[in-house]
Design a protein around this ligand. Structure first.
Ligand code: PXL
Length: 279
């Protein structure tokens, strides 16, 4: 059985980061170890007042114990990281726990719709860009890519050549493969475009756009992609499965009169995910 470790926060209520990664990757038959970076009462898109317990000082003792126990991982998957110090510790985790076959998958969670989430700065995005240089695969959205590359955020009206250029700039940071999420060339479609700098190949895949925005969809997408890769799927297949399942989750939430704005109903469509995985 494959074992990954995912490094991100626990937002107690909010259906994002660890509360999404753990169930999804586990459901895909992959042992999912966690390295929680912080505990928040909710994710930061709730109104002011959420609690935030920083767990940075626990990271080194935890990883030291893993080293003493000779625990290894088939993948390191990082999501929301809250400080420069955590970026440094993740870089050390990669150095200490990577063997030749360990996949380093970095989702540089920092913002959306042209804006950084509460608490992030352009300087943090530059430091995250340096961390992305250590990855096999990075999966920013257009906002995160713009901040990391220090280029203007382009909401729409761009063409394929523009996205290809952004992808190449992302791999120039040092990552082998770059994936951009939320790519849209026509209003009715949205999807992903990817570039593999080793083979010099592009990949793209789109779904019909659902006119609704929910929190945590990036985490659903990244977790599913990691789960599919650990099931031996090549990156284009993993991206297709992740995009289809994310679209499924959004539709399931839209169809639920009690669906919550703060996260998608990923739970009810886990059977569909397994169909996608085993198709
Ligand atoms: O879904 C990304 C995410 C993860 N963790 C926390 C967040 C967010 C997005 O806002 O606030 C704490």
């Amino acid at each position: 059985m494959k074992r990954i470790v995912t490094v991100q926060d626990i937002s107690c209520v909010g259906k994002c980061s660890l509360t999404v990664a753990l169930p999804i990757i586990s459901a895909m038959g992959v042992e999912t170890a966690v390295l929680p970076t912080a505990v928040l009462s909710t994710h930061t898109a709730f109104k002011e007042g959420f609690t935030f317990r920083d767990l940075t000082e626990d990271i080194t003792p935890i990883t030291n114990h893993w080293k003493a126990e000779k625990i290894g991982f088939d993948a390191i998957y990082t999501g929301y990281l809250g400080s420069f110090e955590q970026l440094r510790l993740v870089e050390k985790l990669i150095t200490d726990f990577c063997s030749e076959n360990t996949l380093v998958f970095i989702d540089p969670v920092m913002g959306d719709y042209g804006q950084l989430y509460k608490g992030f700065t352009p300087d943090f995005a530059k430091a995250m860009a340096t961390l992305c240089g250590k990855a096999d695969i990075v999966v920013p959205n257009m906002t995160e890519a713009a901040y990391m590359l220090d280029i203007p955020y382009c909401d729409h009206g761009y063409d394929r050549a523009y996205v290809q250029d952004v992808l190449k700039k992302l791999t120039a940071l040092g990552a082998k493969c770059a994936v951009l999420t939320g790519v849209s060339f026509e209003d009715s479609k949205v999807g992903v475009m990817a570039y593999d700098s080793v083979t010099d190949e592009y990949f793209e895949y789109y779904n019909d756009r659902v006119d609704a925005a929910y929190h945590g969809t990036g985490d659903v997408f990244a977790s599913t992609c990691v789960g599919a890769l650990m099931n031996g799927k090549p990156l284009p297949t993993a991206l297709r499965i992740a995009a289809d399942y994310t679209a499924d989750c959004i539709r399931a939430t839209e169809d639920d009169p009690n669906g919550n704005w703060y996260g998608v109903n990923f739970e009810t469509v886990i059977p569909d995910l397994l169909h996608l995985l085993n198709a």
